[in-house]
Design a protein. Structure first.
Length: 469
């Protein structure tokens, strides 16, 4: 037995002593942690360890730091960028840490552990007339630790903000095993550096989130949903603003789907209903909600009638019941299924200013055609915040073409005053763009923070921060 093998055996034995033999998985038992949701990245971890508490996480991290073994935190494993792949590393999964420690309706906060499922938290607070409004397709499998580590967004950012905006406090195990307790329920606390916001979105580079204090909001009493057809996407921001002004900011979601997406969703998603007789260049899903007594249905219908008179909207259907609302959302939430139904695929997560979304989507196909004339594409977007998920399929399996696609997509976003990473994080897939486009001083500061907190580089190595050139 080599010294390295002997060290691994000792580490595994020590891990078993911390969490129990049944919660240290190796070989075939660890297989499902060997890839992310996309299947684009694969690597068998040394082991998967599943702690049940903050103290167990702390002990595991101390052990990994002592043995200098890389440690990769994983939540729901719904990453789309390779951020949770554990090559030559031990994966630490928080999926057993599912306690909702406390719900405080009067303060409108919940104290939860990192392994709580996003939708389960929303269900739990519903009995108090409250909601945890982070909404995206994977909410039924994503865990709180992961959405905070990536600062996840979704369809309701327009109304409620990203994960960062919904978090008041954190409990984090640092790379040396110390527990950093930032579990405040306060909205105002200016006592020094804002370490909470530094840790949110850091993708497990600076610590492992074990619990959080989360903001809750009143659950909507009335909700209205509609599908709109538009010939000219550039008119959509003005329509959104008119609806916001008329309703006092009641628009919860304003989602775009391209013509090519709508054509494909009918072919690849069983039971998909497009609602409109014609597929327009831009299909918009709009949802409005309120806790006040307000006839949102009439307000939306009036707004849409006016938009049709001015030619901004060509056709519209307002959902008449909960079933139709679900079917409308099913169209938009099928985006990942449609994007990954064929390979190779380049799926992106960029953002531009809201008033440049139409410009971006008009310009990007030409840039793709210059790389590969036989490409195919779709686009969906959280139109209210400028976040575009542009997906392109090359005509052949050529990694060089895929890399060129991604580089061009990200470069155009940056040219238009946007970003190459809106809500999915950096992981592995966006390292090249991070190196090309991120401000050099910002990268230097990030590396210094990483080195200060994790001098041995054990937490999620090789992700998020590109190597220095």
């Amino acid at each position: 037995m080599t010294a390295e093998q002997d060290q691994s055996c000792n580490a595994l034995s020590a891990l078993q002593a911390i969490v129990g033999v049944e919660h240290v998985l190796v070989g075939q038992a660890a297989e499902r942690w060997s890839t992310d949701w996309t299947g684009a990245y694969r690597a068998m971890p040394i082991a998967v360890v599943r702690p049940d508490s903050r103290d167990e996480v702390s002990a595991i991290v101390r052990l990994a730091n002592t043995f200098r073994i890389p440690l990769v935190p994983v939540s729901g494993n719904t990453s789309l960028n390779g951020g949770a792949i554990g090559r030559d590393a031990i994966i630490i999964s928080v999926d057993r840490m599912r306690r909702i420690r406390e719900i405080r309706p009067q303060a409108r906060v919940a104290v939860v552990e990192a392994g709580v499922i996003v939708s389960a938290l929303d269900d739990a607070v519903g009995q108090y007339g409250l909601t945890f409004p982070l909404s995206f397709g994977a909410a039924g499998s994503s865990l709180i630790g992961g959405v905070l580590s990536t600062n996840a967004g979704g369809a309701n950012v327009l109304r409620y903000g990203n994960a960062r905006d919904l978090c008041l406090g954190l409990e984090v195990v640092l790379p040396d095993g110390q527990v950093l307790d930032l579990m405040t329920t306060l909205k105002k606390d200016n006592s020094g550096f804002d370490l909470r916001d530094l840790l949110i979105g850091s993708e497990g580079q600076l610590g492992i989130i074990t619990a959080a204090v989360l903001r809750l909001h009143p659950r909507a009493g009335e909700q209205v949903t509609a599908i709109l057809g538009m010939q000219d996407l550039s008119r959509a921001p003005a329509l959104l603003n008119r609806l916001q002004d008329a309703s006092g900011g009641a628009v919860t979601a304003f989602e775009f789907m391209s013509r090519s997406y709508m054509e494909k969703v009918q072919g690849h998603v069983q039971g998909a209903r497009c609602f409109l007789e014609t597929i327009y260049p831009a299909t918009i899903l709009v949802e409005m909600s309120t806790t006040r007594e307000m006839d949102l249905g009439s307000l939306l219908e009036t707004g849409l009638e006016e938009a049709m008179e001015t030619g901004d909207v060509s056709d519209a259907v307002v959902a008449q019941n909960n079933g139709q609302q679900r079917d409308m959302w099913a169209l938009r939430e099928a985006a990942a299924e449609v994007a990954f139904h064929r390979h190779p695929v380049v799926d992106t997560d960029i953002a531009v200013p809201v008033d440049r979304v139409a410009d971006y989507l008009e310009a990007i196909p030409q840039r793709m055609a210059e790389i590969d004339a036989g490409f195919d594409d779709i686009a969906v977007a959280h139109l209210g915040d400028g976040n575009i998920h542009y997906t392109v399929w090359p005509s052949c399996d050529d990694p060089a073409i895929e890399a060129a696609f991604r580089a061009a997509i990200d470069a155009l976003a940056v040219e238009m005053g946007g970003t190459f990473s809106a809500e999915h994080g950096i992981g592995l897939s966006k390292l090249p763009s991070m190196a090309r486009h991120k401000n050099r001083v910002a990268l230097d500061v990030m590396r210094k923070i990483k080195t200060a907190l994790d001098p041995n580089g054990i937490l999620n190595p090789g992700k998020t921060l590109p190597a220095e050139i």
